[in-house]
Design a protein around this ligand. Structure first.
Ligand code: DGL
Length: 271
């Protein structure tokens, strides 16, 4: 595989851009292809079989772009599809899950809150994570219905967002949670609003930087790390690019045109 080949990153929607920004920071020379499965967002309430099928299509699309590695920038897709994708595709696949281990190490009150989608929290993968790392703390899980939609519509601030955040954060605070895990890649975009509401009362853990470090390690081990040139970004969506563009413009620091993946890929792949 060529060192100069790009890296492929996917999520159900724009949330994975929170991981992409950590990847861009850690790997400034790499070209990055990012696809948002906007036609099927949110994944959170879908069946495992459906998420696996969508994840397969996203991966295939990126492989067709000639990528040297894939990042599943989605906790829900990791839970439903990471094992199968690794069996089916012969390239490095970096996946992600809620950062329970560091949260349990950090908590002083002994209570950790995990904010994630129902798909992630209900998965076997998450149950085994709690089994492995959650024994020495009380782990409270909180599905945050509606938060993904807020980020997908670029509503990162304001009274509607504050009310949606309060609804799930308040009970966690009342349960004495002092460490919160952002177990969905959309949620880091709500972090500034969350921090205002929490007023420094709790620590917040985002897995994006750890995923970027893991990607760096995997590429370095395989001799695939690119050492020169300014990396570029290419953004794709399975949905309507004209609707996704304005949100991407809010979430990403530079203007990158969002291209329609369905125009490029076999139509049946994306409908
Ligand atoms: N951003 C995704 C995650 O990390 C999925 C959100 C969704 O589509 O429900 O879980």
């Amino acid at each position: 595989m060529a060192v100069r080949a790009p890296i492929g990153v996917f999520d159900s929607g724009v949330g994975g851009l929170s991981v992409l920004r950590a990847i861009r920071q850690a790997l400034p020379h790499e070209d990055l292809h990012y696809i948002a499965d906007s036609a099927f967002v949110p994944y959170g309430g879908r069946s495992e079989a459906e998420i696996l099928e969508r994840s397969r299509l996203m991966t295939r699309f990126l492989v067709e772009r000639g990528v040297k590695a894939i990042v599943i920038a989605c906790n829900t897709a990791t839970a439903a599809a990471a094992i199968r994708l690794r069996e089916e595709f012969a390239l490095p696949i970096v996946a992600m899950e809620p950062a329970l281990k560091p949260a349990v190490a950090a908590t002083r009150s002994g209570v950790v809150g995990v904010l994630a989608t129902p798909g992630t929290l209900g998965s076997r993968r998450f149950a085994s994570l709690v089994e492995r790392y959650g024994r020495s703390a009380t782990v409270i899980t909180q599905p945050c219905v509606g938060w993904v939609e807020l980020v997908e519509s670029g509503e990162l601030e304001g009274p509607v967002t504050d009310a949606a955040l309060e609804r799930y954060l308040r009970p966690l605070l009342e349960s004495r949670a002092d460490t919160l895990i952002l177990g969905c890649t959309h949620y880091p975009f709500l972090r500034p609003a969350m921090e205002r509401l929490l007023q420094g009362e709790v620590g917040i853990i985002d897995t994006g930087p750890a995923v970027a470090r893991q990607l760096y390690r995997v590429l370095a081990e395989q001799g695939l790390l690119r050492g020169d040139g300014e990396g570029r970004e290419y953004f794709w969506t399975s949905g309507d690019a004209t609707k996704v563009q304005p949100v991407v413009d809010v979430l990403w620091p530079r203007r990158v045109p969002v291209q329609s993946a369905s125009a490029r890929a076999a139509t049946e792949d994306f409908q």
